[in-house]
Design a protein around this ligand. Structure first.
Ligand SMILES: [Zn+2]
Length: 78
């Protein structure tokens, strides 16, 4: 299984919309998907607003290459 090296969340504040590193880190996809991070909120370091953490606004970087959207990862992991 690929190891996650970086997790980023997209701030959904209309005046911000910047990527920032997730405040919570997971070592692999199983840990990420079973976590309580999804559906929670995280504070954006750029605008200081709380923004939701969902698969739609999250991307991960794994040992096999560059960033991938989580939906892409899920659809190709089987
Ligand atoms: Zn922000």
């Amino acid at each position: 299984m690929d190891k996650i090296t970086e997790i980023q969340i997209l701030c959904l504040n209309r005046n911000c919309v910047k990527w920032f590193n997730s405040p919570i880190f997971f070592g692999d996809m199983d840990s990420l998907m079973s976590s309580t991070l999804i559906g929670n909120k995280a504070q954006c370091p750029h605008c200081k607003e709380m923004t939701p953490c969902n698969t739609a606004n999250m991307r991960v970087k794994s040992t096999d290459g560059g960033f991938q959207g989580l939906d892409t990862v899920l659809s190709t992991r089987d």
